[in-house]
Design a protein around this ligand. Sequence first.
Ligand code: SF4
Length: 734
Amino acid sequence: PANANLDWKKAPCRFCGVGCGVLIGTENGKAIAVKGDPKSPVNKGLCCVKGYHSIMALYGSDRLTHPLVKKNGRYVQTTMDEALDLVASKMKETIAAHGKDSVSIYGSGQWTIPDGYVASKLFKGCIGTNNVEANARLCMATAVTGFLSSFGLDEPMGCYEDIDHADTFVLWGNNMAEMHPVLFSRLLDQRMKRGVKIIDLATRTTRTSMAADKSIIFNPQTDLAIANAICYEIIANGWMNKSFVDEHCRFSKGLTNMGYGLEDNYAFTDKPEGISFEDYKDFLEDYSPEKVSNLTGVSVKDLKYLAAHFGDPNKKVMSLWCMGMNQHSRGTWINNLVYNIHLLTGKISSPGNSPFSLTGQPSACGTVREVGTLTHKLPHGVVANKEHREFAAKIWGVPVENIDPKPTYHTVEMFRALDRGDIRFMWIQVTNPMVTMPKLKRYRDGAKKEGRFIVVSDVYPTPTTDIADVILPSAMWVEREGLYGNSERRTQHFEQMLEPPGEAISDTLQLIEVAKRLGYEKQFGYKEDTHIAEIYNEYRRHHEGKKHNLAPLEVLKSQSGALWPYVDGKETKWRYNSTYDPACSNGKDFHFYGNKDGKAVIWQRPYEPAAEEPDADYPFWLGTGRVVEHWHTGSMTRRIPVLHQSMPHSYVELHPKDADRMQIKTGDKVKLTTRRGEITLPASVNERGVPAPMQVFVPFFDESMLINDITLDSFCPISKEPDYKKCAVKVEKV
Ligand code: SF4
């Protein structure tokens, strides 16, 4: 009642990819209350600790409020106009001296849709460089190549409503209880109501394992063999849905390393090759539960138990995954393999039967995947495709020759190019690569070299602003108008509710202002008070049609977002299923229209060892990840006192047996050494999570203990996404 007179407005939560709806109460120009939006179909009024404290992230005492320019090694305050002039003149100067591919932008899955769209239009459409990447390369690129190679189109076929229909949930290496907490609570709710089963398949015991009905711990990297064992069992026991497979699938092998743009077969080192069902069955002979039990560390009984859940014709199964599968040296393959299981059983694209790839960031889907802020992408399609280039150029109002058909650098390569000097100017927005890049020391040293000019747009000082020549203060979340797209294809709008502090302006406006200074007034002539609506309406044109139509802005303003494809005033909840999806046109019950023949691909994917494995010198596995209290690198959540106090610093989790043997107790200092360097952290034994013996786990949120200084920068050869979950490490008590 004390808040009865507040002005409450809806927004998607600023933090994770679940995309919960929140209501923000403002009074006298300040956000003073936040609660879950009961009308949101995502969270139905519930939030997690980050959501409930989200508005406090707006008011940290060290908010960046004025632009800062580095002069003689010190930051000097300047005006926004002068800072933007300097950014534009440095870009011009760099292009004149080193060519258009010497300038770059590195953004984020926390970019709003308009931010990413204008970045892509400026760099790809106007300047003519494909040096556009986003941090989603480090977390979701594999999900993209998994979807594209199996179905020809990105993003999940199902939606969160699958949770209300599934009987069994198999979690593939994702700690949902901490990373997608509100969604996990929906699983627990279904267990209370309907007695569904939750099976946690992981390399470490987490809060998710503790809440699951069954926890299965496997050896790192062997999920490839486990998925194949499930497929073996499905076929051996006659659980295959033969009519579905005959009608809607084909079998293939190959496509093991590639460049970019799957749709165009761009830069394949090997082409996909069709194989017969008999060939595929023969391949699986090496993956019977008996043959892979030792390798995986999973008993034959548990492998059969898992397979039986998928094989049971009376059970609907939902697979859920996130970074455990995506940050994987064969991430695209493990994504393909989980689709194989669902395709072989026909448990796909129908309520409750759903292989579902979760995202980490609030707009990894909406901005990075759909707007296409990756080097090879355009909002609709890929740069390598002439028709796609022509289509984008027409909407952008630029000559088609401006759009370079050749992708340049994926994220790791972009930072290598900065180190080498091939890139001389980098603009970093809404992300903190000087905490998150793997093998970080190399890239930090590279960014600091002479002759590099770095612009960083952010809301707080971070290790990334430390390397900046210009720091631009950004308007955060509801201090500006914007849109996000969450894990289930839901586009959500939020209006500006607050004035940003000092001279801060949105990343969208920063980019527009620089574009105008570069001479692109015509392409960026949006009006200040309507620019978000104008940009969204322009962006929607890229996705027109039954396969990806986005809801009109008025719809997004009036409700908690809408799923795309949004056709004839209706959301499409299950793609590729003709009962629900108006884009199906083959006259059959399912139509995988992303592939030319309308069929989904069942891939032959072998087990392959990790890029670096423990040995005599570095005998433990090291994996990294997140904790529920902190959003990514903690640059916002560490400014929320209650979250910071409950999780003040990072730590290294050890198995109790290893800790006993090495006489390590919780709080003792432990040195971790890899081939890249060393770091010392306090030990955590039997607290939040428990890794398997001879494994350690370290959260990456703490900028005072940079675990990424010692991680490995090897990546999936298809998606180019690094494997943060596996490298070899030596563990010593200090
Ligand atoms: Fe926000 Fe994610 Fe928590 Fe929902 S689950 S409140 S979206 S951080």
